[in-house]
Design a protein around this ligand. Sequence first.
Ligand SMILES: NC(=O)c1ccc[n+]([C@@H]2O[C@H](COP(=O)([O-])OP(=O)(O)OC[C@H]3O[C@@H](n4cnc5c(N)ncnc54)[C@H](O)[C@@H]3O)[C@@H](O)[C@H]2O)c1
Length: 430
Amino acid sequence: MGLREKILAKKAEIGIVGLGYVGLPLAMEFVRSGFSVHGIDIDEQKVCEINRGNSHVLDISNEVLGAALQSGRFRAYSDYGVVARLDCVSICVPTPLRKTKDPDISYIIDATQNIRKHVHENMLVVLESTTYPGTTEEILIPEFMNGQYQLGKNLFVAFSPERVDPGNPVYNTRNTPKIIGGVTRECTELARLLYEQVIDKVIPVSSTAAAEMVKLLENTFRAVNIGLVNEIAIMCDKLGVPVWEVIDAAATKPFGFMRFTPGPGLGGHCIPIDPLYLSWKLKMLNYNARFIELASEVNAHMPEYCVQKITRALNHVKKCVNGSRILILGVAYKKDISDVRESPALDIMRLLEQGGASVDYTDPYVKELRMDGQLRRAIELSPEAVRSYDLAVVATDHSLFDYEMIQKAAPLIFDSRNAYKASFTNVIKL
Ligand SMILES: NC(=O)c1ccc[n+]([C@@H]2O[C@H](COP(=O)([O-])OP(=O)(O)OC[C@H]3O[C@@H](n4cnc5c(N)ncnc54)[C@H](O)[C@@H]3O)[C@@H](O)[C@H]2O)c1
């Protein structure tokens, strides 16, 4: 049976490399569609927990994972040996930044080199990790090409950016349209065929670089628009104009305007990081990606801006940051999820502590937090607890917070997310 026939008959053996926020939901979609799926992750502890039916990804319940394991069509592995009997492999490993803010594609290189050891004829490899345009051609292809394979004939390689939005109740892996760009037309067609088995709508583009660029356009669009609205918030503050009212009113325009909201800064694995992959690549071509640099600068400044406003609010009631007890409400980077990667709440905590404040946090999704090597525990939220702080900061607007109780108990609140729509004398907004 050829690879095409195997895919159509759902007999193709699928591998997912990297079982994180992206890889595990994708693996579950392939299982749901009837494929046999083999997950590979270098984190042995994670592999062990997954095989026990304990999901670390909020969007995948233990029930869904348990059912996949019980079906006998899903298993996780911590070594790559299984690749030898796989037909299709999707790579979903992290693509962070180095301390110098340069792309760190070492995870992609490691995954590719490990797959290469077991690569065989009639195999499809798809890179999903967000990365700079050119990565698939420059990194994957040279690894796989050793004279034995002909791309598009007996080995197929494509790029397909993941668009997962953790915690989104409407859009998930299945119903979010997916972009595919292959190294050759045959690669695109085969990858399209595979993903059409599990995803409602698949959109082919002309090359891997175009597919890589699509993802960077999407995330740069968000980073730049968030940067713009953050700067509008700073300008409104200086003008004494309420920014949230301005945004709500502007959003009534039914065309030509898209609502973005200001906040304490960017977080997560995508928006603060991905645009810098693009600007890095352009620097190598002697071009300065000005919008990206400017948006990054404005967004990165937001935690400091929040602390300036907190300082002013405390000053107003004859208190100072130094010696104040401050409670951070929500440390996840956005509402109703547990992910704290790059969370601006952590920057606010650091800045306040540097200023001499005593800072605690509470978060229904993050019971424990390792910050700068130190383990912290969330405090239990109660009127007495809230009352004991000089100021509370809404850093993440989780739906589970009892905002009315907090407003009644807290002497002072800094609301960076517009959690309070009405105005209260003890609530200061961003
Ligand atoms: N999280 C999101 O919301 C999101 C959305 C769209 C795209 N992406 C992109 O998807 C990619 C994966 O992101 P994520 O959030 O799932 O990351 P993650 O950190 O949640 O998961 C990555 C997994 O890969 C494993 N891993 C690392 N190196 C490995 C290797 N060499 N071999 C096998 N496994 C390895 C890690 O142990 C981890 O479990 C990134 O490029 C990211 O930019 C993420």
